[in-house]
Write a protein that binds this ligand. Sequence first.
Ligand code: ADP
Length: 242
Amino acid sequence: MAVTALLVDGLTVRFGSFRAIDALSLAIDYGEVRAVIGPNGAGKTTLLDVISGITRPKEGRVLFDGAFDLTQASDSAIARAGIRRKFQKPSVFEGLSVRQHIAIGADAGFRRALDAPALEDRVSEVLETVGLAGHATHLAGELSHGQKQWLEIGMVLASDPKVLMLDEPVAGLTDEETERTAQLVRRLNRPDRAIIVVEHDMDFVERIADRVTVLHEGRTLFEGPMDKVRADAGVIEVYLGR
Ligand code: ADP
């Protein structure tokens, strides 16, 4: 039976009198890749901000593992619990090597303290997973846009996250890079991990997502597999038909 990783329960986020998230409830299970889609202003980023502890809601809660209320926790406590996010824009350190980046991600975020050989092993494993083993000694500044995205995914992956949030991971990528990213996301899917992806590229979403949540005006407009999402008249009206 599916185990819930994140339970969003009656969540409302207001900016002034405007409700960016409006009494939203949803559950994201371990073992699934969940895409969150919807038109600009739907509340996708605000939802990720609440889950990461950057934005505090006025009402409602987000329970992690059934017990830990993220709306009452600091962003650092949330990260320590294994909830990690790759932000939309790559922000790598141009003068540090690819390997150094992954080591920072592993050292800063791993839920168990690693000794030096274990850290080295972890870094090598992550480099292999994200397809950057051949670039380990390169400076991040020398990487392509796609490689920088994979590097940032590697940095969050290095901490062995239980919940992994990817914010527009294929924005600005070539078709080939997008395809490689889709393969990578599917490789990161594990029974003890939940992956949440915010993305506008619907072909990519179809490749990676087990289920899709369509947000509109801070509420769930539709939830289901991508083929059902594509066929839904309401979704076509507010988003896909545009
Ligand atoms: P999405 O990521 O789906 O495009 P957002 O979550 O970024 O949507 O934004 C939802 C709505 O909340 C938008 O109308 C946006 O303008 C508004 N909003 C987001 N952050 C703020 C803020 N800090 N102050 C005021 N309004 C905001």
